[in-house]
Design a protein around this ligand. Structure first.
Ligand code: UDP
Length: 238
């Protein structure tokens, strides 16, 4: 599979459609696939914590979520020119699931968030079957695993924040008999529930989603400092 490397972290150069086509083949072959969103903040975290690096690099698809990944690719002669965001990847996968008749399970976020996300998604995507959901604060893990297995869902979206969701996926992947596609989606259920608004299209198209979020939440500056540090490190790397 096509990958680029930034500071020891793999990043997939596939588009949304190429990932969907590949996943379709892998499902037909009975293989499990994992999707993880990579941004400068996560690459910097991976450089501090070998476990985070391992979680990213062992995933099937490391999607370039964030303009920082495009900058890195341009600086290093890679071919990534468009973002593949976690929230939009989830949207594409949901449409794919609806077309193929695959059931979907949503795990994570607060009860009112995940139930509202389910309701909105089923209304927006014709044919979508959300065969089960659970909030991200339940304690009984074996009941949860049973519930996901009973739902026969083929796609599972886990919204517990990073790296908690990726650790959860790694720990339970093999107990989940029917699930073939796993994606850790952070705050995406909050977006689909309508409780958190995405940046207006102008900011998104211009690659300025970070600026919009910074204006709305100035304390994000600390997290966003990862971007210039990341770009400098990539430039200094061979
Ligand atoms: N969350 C959860 N259980 C937990 C901790 C967090 O379900 O034990 C949910 C939280 O309600 C929110 C999401 O995980 O919906 C975290 O989203 P955030 O945007 O913080 O994730 P990021 O993408 O920044 O890692």
């Amino acid at each position: 599979m096509e990958k680029e490397q930034y500071l020891g972290v793999s990043v997939s150069s596939l588009t949304y459609e190429e990932i969907i086509a590949d996943i379709k083949k892998r499902i037909a072959a009975g293989k499990k696939s994992t999707v993880i969103a990579v941004n400068p903040e996560k690459v910097m975290a991976a450089n501090r914590d070998p476990l985070v690096k391992e979680l990213i690099n062992e995933s099937t698809y490391q999607i370039p979520d964030g303009v920082g990944m495009i900058i890195a690719s341009m600086l290093k002669g890679g071919k990534i020119r468009e973002r593949v965001t976690g929230v939009d990847m989830m949207g594409r996968l949901l449409r794919f699931a609806a077309e193929e008749g695959h059931g979907v399970f949503l795990y994570g976020a607060k009860e009112e968030v995940v139930s509202k996300a389910k309701e909105n998604l089923e209304r927006q995507i014709p044919g979508l079957i959300i065969s089960g959901y659970e909030n991200g604060y339940v304690q009984d893990q074996s009941a949860l695993i049973q519930k996901i297995n009973d739902s026969k869902a083929v796609l599972l979206f886990v919204a517990l924040g990073s790296p908690k969701q990726e650790l959860w996926i790694r720990e339970h992947m093999n107990e989940l008999k029917h699930v073939k596609v796993f994606q850790g989606v952070g705050g995406s259920f909050d977006v689909y529930s309508g409780m958190v608004k995405r940046a207006p299209a102008f900011f998104r198209k211009a690659g300025l989603e970070w600026l919009y979020r910074l204006i709305k939440e100035p304390k994000r500056i600390k997290r966003q400092m990862a971007l210039p540090k990341f770009v400098l490190k990539v430039l200094a790397s061979r």
